[in-house]
Design a protein around this ligand. Structure first.
Ligand code: GTR
Length: 330
């Protein structure tokens, strides 16, 4: 049972026993949080609300500060720092998380979810629990699953309509071998690179483009240097507000309950803000001259991804059931 689930039982037990939240002083009382996004991004607003909520509900026993814009380092490094307890919490994409937690990589398989609503349903149920258990085994406690829409390709060369249009393109990917295989399956050249380096790299031609959701494409100004945005929607990767197990273990059960609830509430807020931001971002990039094209034949991209599944399952045979559970879900 994941901590996320067992907290429900704890809350019930606390209520039954009539326990009031105690005023114990935690040893972890000034939490530091990692965030890669700009201040007005849905993730940043929800994390701020999470931090404020904790301080308020613990009567200041625990305070939390979120460091935006990736100032605490790159995402892959930050995930390790959270595992080690150097950073207390963070909001991570399950793509790079997959390098430490193989279960998380399942969500990075292209087209594994049918659509965003299905991803939410599965992450809020058994699939999310299985991934959460994998994370906990690696020292990371999930508090809430955040939204990140669907990722599509964008570049400075031409619109992408078929897998053949990716051939020869230099495409920046997030850190996870799966994404390299994904680009190679279409004969493109993949370059894993930190998020913060992508703008300059496209501008100077180190890469031709990248792939992301519209809010990230817009908030990083990538639309200024890569004007073709092609709605392949090949990846629907959830994100996670999560805490270091080391920091978590320093808190009292009452404090843990408050933090868990704050995490869940912040995820509800983030998902609402996300939908709004997606609309605004689309309007903004179109007004700025981005050429957005829909992709008629997504099946061709799906078919091209079969080798990615084969090699992933060969390397992770123990995840076959989880992959099948998602692929066969309604
Ligand atoms: C964003 C995501 C970030 C980061 C970024 C990237 O959509 O929210 O956490 O993973 O993509 O492409 O590196």
């Amino acid at each position: 049972m994941t901590i996320l689930k067992s907290m429900n039982c704890l809350a019930a037990a606390a209520t039954v026993a009539g326990l009031a939240f105690s005023a114990n002083i935690a040893s972890a009382n000034n939490l530091r949080g990692w965030n890669i996004h700009v201040d007005d991004y849905p993730v940043s607003i929800a994390m701020k609300s999470f931090a404020d909520d904790i301080a308020e509900k613990t009567n200041g026993e625990i305070t939390a500060r979120v460091y935006n814009n990736g100032v605490l380092g790159d995402q892959p490094d930050a995930i390790e720092q959270v595992r080690l307890g150097v950073i207390d919490f963070g909001e991570f994409n399950l793509g790079p998380m997959g390098q430490s937690v193989p279960e998380a990589s399942v969500t990075s398989l292209p087209f594994i979810f049918k659509d965003v609503p299905q991803m939410y349903r599965l992450m809020d149920g058994e699939v999310g629990d299985a991934i959460g258990e994998g994370m906990e085994a690696k020292g990371i406690v999930p508090l809430g699953w955040y939204a990140a829409g669907a990722r599509s390709f964008y570049n400075s060369v031409h619109p992408i309509n078929t897998p053949a249009d990716v051939e020869g393109l230099k495409v920046r990917v997030m850190s996870n071998d799966l994404f390299v295989k994904m680009i190679e399956a279409m004969d493109g050249n993949a370059t894993p690179m930190a998020f913060g380096e992508v703008y300059q790299s496209i501008r100077t031609g180190v890469v031709d483009g990248a792939e992301n959701n519209t809010p990230s494409y817009e908030s990083t100004n990538h639309y200024e240097v890569a004007k073709y945005f092609s709605l392949t929607e090949h990846l629907i990767i959830p994100e996670c507000l999560c805490m270091s197990k080391r920091s978590w273990d320093k808190m009292t059960p009452e404090q843990q309950e408050i933090v868990m609830q704050a995490g869940r509430d912040s995820a509800i807020l983030q998902r609402q803000l996300w939908d709004e931001r997606e609309k605004q971002s689309l309007e903004k990039i179109e007004a700025a001259g981005t050429i957005v094209n829909t992709v008629e034949d997504k099946a061709a991209f799906q078919a091209a991804m079969e080798p990615v599944y084969e090699s992933f399952l060969q390397q992770n045979p123990n995840l076959t059931d989880l992959v099948t559970m998602i692929r066969e879900a309604d």
